[in-house]
Design a protein around this ligand. Sequence first.
Ligand code: NZQ
Ligand code: ZN
Length: 384
Amino acid sequence: MHAFSFHNPCQIEFGAGQIAKLASLIPAQARVLLLYGGGSIKRNGAYAQISAALSQHHWREFSGIEPNPEYETLMQAVEFARSEQLDYIVAVGGGSVIDGAKFVAAAVPHQGDCWLIIGNRVPLKSALPLAAVLTLPATGSESNFASVISRRETQDKLSFKNPLVFPKLAILDPTLTYSLPARQVGNGVVDAFVHTIEQYLTYPNEARVQDRLAEGILQTLIEIGPITLAEPENYAARANLMWAANQALYGMVGLGQPQDWASHAMGHELTMLFGLDHARTLAIVLPALWRYRFASKAAKLTQYGRRVWGLEGNDQDVAYAAIEATEAFFRQMGLATSLSLYDIDPQAAADGVATQLIRHNRLKLGENLDLTPEDCRAILITAA
Ligand code: NZQ
Ligand code: ZN
């Protein structure tokens, strides 16, 4: 187990009706900016609950934050917050709105070019406080300090990380997810699954608690994924999905572990180039990456196959069968595991992603920093 340090300052309020706590948990003198997306919060009751909770606060709203939040839109929110002198952000939505809110929180007090915040190219001195009300369990953004922002004009989808943008407060009410379309539920299960995998499935590292935490999250997702797809208003299933997705990227799973975020690196480029949903890119890339890197990941694939899927047999057979079981699970969640099923030419995807990775200086990926853009090109060609 490698050395690590850990701190997560986010207060989590979990359960039905917890939005009401915003009334007392947001300082009375705060000037609140409510950020949200395309309007799902008006249809599922979240907006009405928030309006009631903030009835004693000064608040204004900015909507229209897109999936894969767009820099130009977010800069309009920054201008709005500055002109209205708003000083506390409440983000209501999925990863896109919450990520967008983190950027706005950092950009409002920032002097200079806000684009440089993305990619951590400029130090931050401060950020506005942020509360997140989660409506789509998937990214873990509600209680971590990462944010992924897109700029379509320059074909960039890039992240920044800074402890200043940790949400101070996260409201996790599983009933807010009842209105999710099946596609977003499947996406959420797979995104959380892959987050766990990327901090776990590298090479043995004597981090037993972290391994078993990861295996517990993966088993939970396998158990409740089909139930929550079939029964949108099954509270227990939605509650377990919400907590599993939160814990997948809360920070504990990867402590002291080697990590391999190559699927996400390739996935972000696929989203930018072809418009695929974030989780859909991961369902395509991860199995192809595993087959390409079979030898270096074999020990952990075998452990995963035995402990998570209960597979039996010799090590190599278990490792291969674990890849197949994972693909079958992704398909069960409604996600395709090959590019051609989305009518994307594998050669075009492979060339496009390799070019983008070079342009974004992502030249050494994987747990051993030895996965090059050329390797990524080879992986995507096999993801046909
Ligand atoms: O915009 P609205 O109307 O709210 O609709 C959204 C959106 O169309 C809808 N939705 C959300 N909650 C709903 C709902 N519809 C009905 N009922 C509800 N309760 O779902 C659609 C997708 O939302 P989005 O926020 O884009 O999805 P997700 O949570 O999967 O977030 C994806 C973004 O997060 C980034 C991704 O790259 C992508 O940009 N990620 C952020 C991470 C982080 N900050 O740690 C890590 C992840 O790996 C990921 O990269
Ligand atoms: Zn993800």
